[in-house]
Design a protein. Structure first.
Ligand SMILES: Nc1ncnc2c1ncn2[C@@H]1O[C@H](COP(=O)(O)OP(=O)(O)O)[C@@H](O)[C@H]1O
Ligand SMILES: [Mg+2]
Length: 258
């Protein structure tokens, strides 16, 4: 696609023509992080109706930014856009190198991020198969992942955002939910999330587990380490919230020694 055609698609997608919010947060972030590849990819999705518009910034992170949008049919979507330039290159490389599902590893940072994005998409699909509630993955290409939007008008809050207002009872239930996710993934799905915490659980009508970029399969040589990390984080967190949590060693043994 030609440069000016791409720019037009992007402008249409951000609604800049109509709204003239050239100084909005959305516009600033888009300007800062949308490189040529990202623009091309977004333009591609826009032309195919996968992303009709992006109207808000949900989150800005070291590795990725998440936007709220709608597709051409009016469905709300969340669009996770990985930075093609990231200081996390080393970590991403190490995680991917340990994953037996990942074959050839590109040396080029941009292409490595594409592999990372694809893996998160595959992880979402795999988690759904084992009845773990996650945002439904819609499509991915290069460094852009489109998924179901979790929320109503606003994006659903993270557990971390609402913990102060929760009753002890809710923590009990959320602990059972979260431990259930760890167990189901590991035992039935041969899988581990690897970054399961109060930051990656959204509370909607039901809790939803997000951020599957680190998730991997049991066959990965790092999987037991990741399982320990998830167990430790979850047990410590809910323990601090007053839940009568499992003993870490017991739970770990129960899971790995079958
Ligand atoms: N599908 C979604 N629907 C609504 N909000 C989302 C969705 N995915 C991510 N978010 C929001 O964006 C934030 C960052 O997304 P996440 O996947 O956790 O990336 P990061 O690697 O930056 O932590 C989340 O904490 C959550 O608030
Ligand atoms: Mg996260």
């Amino acid at each position: 696609m030609r440069e000016d055609a791409i720019e037009r698609e992007i402008e249409g997608m951000l609604g800049l023509r109509e709204r003239r919010e050239k100084d909005s947060e959305l516009y600033k972030i888009a300007n800062e992080v949308f490189d040529r590849t990202t623009k091309e990819t977004l333009a591609y999705f826009h032309r195919r109706g996968k992303i009709e518009s992006l109207y808000g910034v949900i989150s800005t992170g070291k590795e990725a930014n998440v936007f709220a949008g709608v597709d051409a049919e009016g469905n709300k979507i969340a669009v996770k856009i990985y930075r093609t330039y990231t200081t996390e290159f080393r970590r991403i490389w190490e995680y991917l190198a340990a994953d037996p599902r990942v074959g050839y590893l590109p040396k080029d940072m941009r292409k490595l991020v594409f592999v990372w994005t694809r893996r998160e998409f595959k992880n979402l699909q795999r988690a759904i198969k084992y009845a773990v509630r996650v945002p439904e993955p819609v499509i991915f290409r290069n460094n852009v992942l489109v998924m179901e939007f979790i929320g109503d008008e606003l994006p659903a809050p993270r557990l971390k955002d609402v913990e102060r207002s929760l009753e002890p009872l809710d923590f009990e239930e959320l602990y059972d939910f979260t431990m259930g996710v760890i167990e189901r993934l590991w035992k039935r799905g041969d899988m581990v999330h690897g970054d399961l915490s109060e930051y990656n659980i959204l509370l909607h009508d039901r809790p939803v587990v997000i951020d599957w970029s680190q998730a991997t399969v049991k066959r990965n040589r790092m999987s037991v380490e990741l399982l320990k990390r998830d167990l430790r984080n979850v047990i410590n967190y809910f323990g601090r919230k007053g839940v009568d949590v499992d003993d870490f060693d017991d739970k770990f043994r129960e899971l790995v020694e079958v």
